[in-house]
Design a protein around this ligand. Sequence first.
Ligand SMILES: [Cu+2]
Length: 169
Amino acid sequence: MIRSPRFSGRLAGAILSSILAAALLAPAPSSAHEYKIGAIEIGHPWSRAMPTGARTGAGYLVLSNKGTESDRLVAISSPVAEQVQIHDMAIKDGVMTMRRIEDGLPIPAGAEARLAPGGLHLMLLGVKQPFQEGQMVPLELTFEKAGAVEVQLKVDAMGAKGEHSAHAQ
Ligand SMILES: [Cu+2]
């Protein structure tokens, strides 16, 4: 097949502009960030921007226990919230309900706990200033065995579902 250079040039141009268009349409991926304390690895803590006047924010992250002993997330605090709780979400009789987990979140040896929209999550109550996209929210996590570590929740757009928060490793 004989292809004129002009045609290939136009074709390449068309391909390039569709790639550029796709790149512009796609939401900007948040950069993954990680923390480690003892045997616990904390992957990409993130949150969502909050509407004006809102006082409750959410926190999502992945906790991996790389050790041989089980551990437990026992306390969470943030200087920007009055209280941080661990919540779970479940559909009960067709209604989405939220339940507070009172006695900490167990992370068995070799296992991971995924806190993500629609399931387990952190709930930041009494937030003084609604989170804004691009902001980093400090959070202190205390584990029974591994101890305490400060992480930063990266605030995504209001409607972010977190698909892109999977680690780009
Ligand atoms: Cu909640």
